[in-house]
Design a binder for this molecule. Structure first.
Ligand code: ZN
Length: 315
């Protein structure tokens, strides 16, 4: 008999966590084909778990065109749009122009992302990744949208480029944070936000829990990055937004606070960051000038750019 047959996974009941309808899932890939058979159920479980808004990431203008119809009936789903660092070569001049037009005209798009550097996978040369990252930072600054950053085994280069290209003092979230307290501090000093994924629930990730403990709630968000990175006890399975209920329990425990309270404060942080208003569909018109960056001491942040460890997302 297999181990899983002896110890079947508990049936997931999103309502059993009794979280208020104030949560925000800041980063999901629900257009993935692994959701094709039950996307409606996944979205309804997200609602039952207390998720008010979901950030759906599209990784090219073609993916947006093909995938946005999947969410036509779900006004709680907003979009992030960019080119993934592993596919940096996709950013031709023509594609950049399409992204620009979409960012300017599609009100469901609330951030440029995920964009950044990924030195873990060897799919794309580092120089090409850097060029694409820089062009997408400039796009975000031009259209006035927040940036969602993907950085894997590339912390120093990511920080260096963001600072050099003028992203300090611009709304930015470090997606899928996996670093330690020193790394978190560097990001916070630059005025940015941090998004915590499911691996915070993994027993070995004490360093991450320690880092999450000290991040002010007005800089902290929750995400799944689903279908990847499912929290315990579903590690290795398909992830989905409702599992944020498990992630927030581990974070609340680390911080010694009430999970429902943390759920709401992280939700408020994400709503402010992405310009979302409770009860309003994600397609309503916003003025991006309402997006408020944090004010930061750039000199202090610049002084500590050489010390933090690279993120370890998969410990
Ligand atoms: Zn992602």
């Amino acid at each position: 008999m297999s181990k899983s047959a002896k110890h079947p996974l508990p049936v997931f009941d999103p309502a059993s966590f009794k979280l208020p309808p104030t949560g925000v899932e800041s980063h999901a890939h629900l257009d993935d084909r692994r959701f094709d058979s039950d996307r409606a159920e996944v979205l309804s479980r997200a609602k039952a778990a207390g998720i008010a808004f979901i950030g759906q990431v599209f990784l090219s203008s073609e993916q947006l065109e093909q995938g946005q119809g999947l969410f036509a009936l779900y006004p709680e789903v907003f979009f992030l749009l960019a080119i993934h660092p592993n596919e940096a070569y996709l950013l031709t001049d023509g594609e950049l122009e399409k992204l620009r037009v979409n960012c300017k005209t599609n009100r469901r798009i609330r951030a440029v992302g995920e964009t950044g550097l990924d030195y873990y996978w060897k799919d794309c040369a580092r120089e090409a990744q850097k060029t694409t990252f820089i062009r997408l930072i400039h796009l975000a600054l031009e259209v006035g949208l927040p940036i969602s950053v993907h950085s894997r085994e590339a912390t120093e280069d990511t920080l260096e480029i963001l600072v050099a290209e003028g992203a300090v003092n611009h709304p930015l979230v470090w997606h899928c944070f996996g670093g330690d307290s020193a790394m978190a501090e560097r990001i916070l000093k630059l005025g940015w936000h941090i998004s915590c994924p499911g691996p915070v629930t993994f027993p070995a990730n004490k360093t991450l829990r320690e880092a999450i403990k000290n991040i002010p709630a007005d800089r902290l968000m929750l995400e799944t990055d689903c279908p990847y990175l499912a929290p315990m006890p579903y590690r290795g399975k398909r992830n989905e937004p409702a599992y944020l209920a498990l992630t927030v329990q581990a974070m609340a425990e680390a911080r010694g606070v009430d999970a429902a309270e943390l759920w709401t404060s992280c939700g408020k942080t994400a709503m402010k960051f992405f310009g979302l208003v409770p009860g309003q569909p994600c397609s309503y018109s916003i003025s991006t000038s309402k997006l408020q960056p944090c004010s930061v001491d750039v000199s202090a942040a610049g002084g500590s750019l050489g010390s933090a460890l690279p993120p370890k997302c998969f410990a």
